[in-house]
Design a protein around this ligand. Sequence first.
Ligand SMILES: NC(=O)c1ccc[n+]([C@@H]2O[C@H](COP(=O)([O-])OP(=O)(O)OC[C@H]3O[C@@H](n4cnc5c(N)ncnc54)[C@H](OP(=O)(O)O)[C@@H]3O)[C@@H](O)[C@H]2O)c1
Length: 270
Amino acid sequence: HNLKVTPLVAGWHFSGIVESIAGGVDNLKVGDAVHGHLQYSSKTEQGTLTDYITVPASECAKIPEGINMDVAAAVTTEALTALQAMRDKGGLSKGKSVLIIAAGGGVGTQAVQIAKVLKAGSVHAVCSTKDVSNATKLGADLVIDRTKKDITKALDAASYDVIFDTTGKYSLMKMRYAMKKGGTFVSTIPNITDYPPFSWIVGIATGKHSKSLMVKCNRQDLELVGEWMKAGMTVPIDSVYDIKDIDDARERQESGKKSGRVVIKVADGW
Ligand SMILES: NC(=O)c1ccc[n+]([C@@H]2O[C@H](COP(=O)([O-])OP(=O)(O)OC[C@H]3O[C@@H](n4cnc5c(N)ncnc54)[C@H](OP(=O)(O)O)[C@@H]3O)[C@@H](O)[C@H]2O)c1
């Protein structure tokens, strides 16, 4: 958020009920339950920890029947980030192999499930011991415990078409040994090697690509994710707080103990 704006606004993800609609919008009606996230930009002057927000109809989607409001809010950024990173930046498609780093995190748990839905040939996941069984349950074909193996050295060489680093702590240069020729390293955090002329130089020198993404909320991707949720894609919820307990929510979020998303409800007011 833009910290220069007063009063300070906060919160990116949302689920809520449509209160009113501008002319020309024909896919939504008053009373529909919708979800999405605000665009990550310093120009975004709204926060979702509030009673009302206005969003373009193209940047939210109806919540599928049977999905509750907490889960609907929690899924938005993480699922869209994973989808856009692997499909759009990495070119992940049927039969290709992917390594997902931090499969226990918000983005990582969605990435494992989405890679399976995209019918990747092999989905390998990296996480700490505490998240190994969950990553296996989510469908990873192989789970690598990063506390037991240094992934910058000990993976099989030339194994992956796509490496998705959800942490921003790795790089193409560290992980290129594990990537196939023509493969793509995708990060949630930009790296100098993602931009010309460095991207060209790295591409020529290694035969591999480095990219990063800035997630964009859009109705089509939200609807796709909604379909997958109806079919069983899950979003772990760690805890749900009322807005009046926001300090506790922040403490939980930053505690390192959470397992899943921390949701804050504003429906009952401040
Ligand atoms: N660019 C975008 O559009 C975009 C969109 C969404 C999120 N993000 C960014 O993406 C990052 C991840 O978001 P998130 O919601 O998934 O965070 P999160 O839920 O807090 O998860 C972070 C994960 O990283 C793991 N981790 C920490 N250090 C690691 C290391 N050295 N190697 C491997 N794994 C490590 C943690 O697990 P352990 O430490 O237990 O192993 C944890 O599972 C954040 O920096 C966020 O700001 C960017």
